[in-house]
Design a binder for this molecule. Structure first.
Ligand code: DLZ
Length: 152
């Protein structure tokens, strides 16, 4: 994991089935998050990985819900929401965040939270796991999902 205080995890997720649900807004940042999640899952020996793309972050909870119904052991949710000039940002962030938490609690299937909620594009790029980024939130979300399946 990356970021101040983040744990170093050594994971063996072989045999797990993981579904990555990914929004499509902010392509460059999303490409970084997806690549980071794939890297982390490969490092954790997860071979069974399915990626499901949805239009926006608002759609992530329903995709996560479907993934749990299809038998996923863990879900990794990736999205980027960047603040605009209206309250829309707060509504999308709130709906996606509470929806993903609700899916995890209702189903008992861990959902890694890789939703970037940023004031501007630079904040998102800094966390995207791209060359020059300081943090890799896609990898972090994938590691958290796998670590939680193995722990609980
Ligand atoms: C409409 C919208 C806007 C303005 N901004 C974003 C964003 O920054 N990130 C994102 O993932 N999605 C955004 N969306 C789309 C909504 O999440 C959703 O897809 C639409 O409202 C249709 O339901």
């Amino acid at each position: 994991m990356s970021g101040a205080g983040a744990p170093t995890l050594t994971l063996d997720g072989s045999g797990l089935r993981v579904v990555v649900v990914a929004a499509s807004w902010h392509t460059v940042v999303m490409d970084g998050l997806l690549a980071g999640a794939r890297r982390a899952l490969a490092a954790a020996h997860v071979a069974d990985v399915t990626v499901v793309r949805v239009p926006g972050s608002f759609e992530l909870p329903v995709a996560a819900q479907r993934a749990t119904a299809s038998g996923a052991d863990a879900v990794v949710a990736l999205g980027v929401v960047i603040r605009g000039g209206t309250p829309h940002f707060e509504y999308v962030c709130q709906a996606a965040t509470s929806g993903l938490a609700e899916v995890a609690l209702r189903t008992g299937v861990p959902v890694g939270f890789g939703l970037l909620t940023c004031d501007d594009e630079q904040q998102a790029l800094d966390r995207a796991g791209l060359p020059g980024s300081q943090e890799d939130k896609g990898a972090e979300a994938a590691e958290a999902a796998v670590a939680t399946v193995l722990a609980v």
